[in-house]
Design a protein around this ligand. Structure first.
Ligand code: FDA
Length: 283
């Protein structure tokens, strides 16, 4: 059964790039940068993965042509990671070649914990070749993150720090929100100290305020890091942060394969279910 897009439109900017452009333009006008995400994950066939690479390449070129203030975020399983590692690596490098030629930036989103090691390994290979054109995401809830973050920070990698969105067992990830917040603060400190430009991805006021205080106290200027939030959530907060002189970026997903992303947003916060219901009743 195909669910109607109206359900997802609170969190997804459109079913195509053209549908998403107005949202990007409006955010850019408010001095908020964007990262565009063509939705989808766990592609199992080469034809589809090849199509995704072409789609991403076209996306990078369109961003350049239209002079949008936007990077892109991708999932390695969209580039065929479940099919074959080398095939996926070659697809990634093909994409990064275009990113380098068009002076753009590609971030590797982090998926479930089965993919953490291979995502970090491929990122490290890509970072050696493409440096500032590629970044990674690290999830504060994973037990292994303490070591990963130390290594990535030492490399000076471009890291987006988030809590983690996938359901993980206790042996793999922290389950308690206070413990996750504490880990988040510890890792944010490491990134702020050692990396040129950390990306602080959270809607959590406690963490947003903590970052403000920590950076003030340590005389880390607002140009040294960026707040990131998801499309459809807390836009007023982002506008206020931007007006206060902080760098801000909104993750704008689009595409027809929106269901898994949409489901994660609903599972994350019961208020999001109300958002969706109220959007439906407004139509
Ligand atoms: P969380 O949902 O934990 O809420 C904590 C508190 O924040 C709430 O109790 C409330 O007080 C406040 N709050 C939250 N949302 C609010 C709202 N809409 N309005 C008002 N108050 C609100 N995950 C992943 O596994 N891999 C990835 O690659 C990414 N990428 C990514 C990019 C970006 C830009 C963001 C913002 C997030 C991700 N994530 C992610 C998702 C991330 O891991 C996490 O699941 C969500 O951001 C939810 O955690 P939060 O810290 O945002 O708030």
């Amino acid at each position: 059964m195909k669910l109607p897009f109206a359900l997802a439109k609170r969190f997804v900017a459109g079913e195509s790039f053209n549908d998403a452009i107005p949202a990007v333009g409006q955010l850019n006008e408010k001095n908020i940068s964007v990262t565009l995400d063509l939705l989808g994950e766990n592609v199992e066939d080469r034809e589809e993965a090849d199509g995704n690479v072409e789609h991403y390449i076209k996306l990078l070129k369109s961003i350049s042509q239209q002079e949008l203030k936007s990077s892109i975020s991708i999932k390695l399983t969209m580039l065929g990671l479940d099919i074959d590692r080398t095939y996926c690596r070659n697809n990634l490098f093909k994409l990064l070649e275009v990113a380098r030629n068009t002076d753009q930036f590609v971030r590797l989103d982090m998926e479930g914990s089965n993919y953490t090691q291979v995502t970090i390994d491929l990122f490290k290979e890509a970072f050696k070749e493409y440096g500032q054109h590629v970044g990674i995401v690290i999830q504060a809830y994973l037990h292994r993150t303490k070591d990963d973050i130390a290594e990535l920070a030492e490399m000076g990698a471009d890291v987006r720090l988030c809590k983690g969105a996938y359901s993980e067992p206790e042996r793999t990830a922290l389950q308690n929100m206070d413990a996750i917040r504490e880990a988040y603060r510890d890792y944010a400190e490491v990134l702020l100290e050692k990396t040129p430009y950390p990306r602080i991805a959270t809607h959590d006021d406690e963490l947003v305020q903590w970052i403000k205080k920590y950076t003030n106290k340590h005389e880390i200027g607002p140009s040294r890091f960026e707040y990131q939030m998801l499309y459809g959530l807390r836009q007023e907060t982002m506008e206020k942060l931007a007006a206060d002189g902080y760098n801000t970026r909104i993750y704008v997903p689009f595409g027809t394969m929106w269901f898994p992303y949409f489901k994660r947003r609903l599972m994350e916060r019961k208020e999001n279910i109300w958002f969706v219901l109220s959007t439906m009743f407004k139509n």
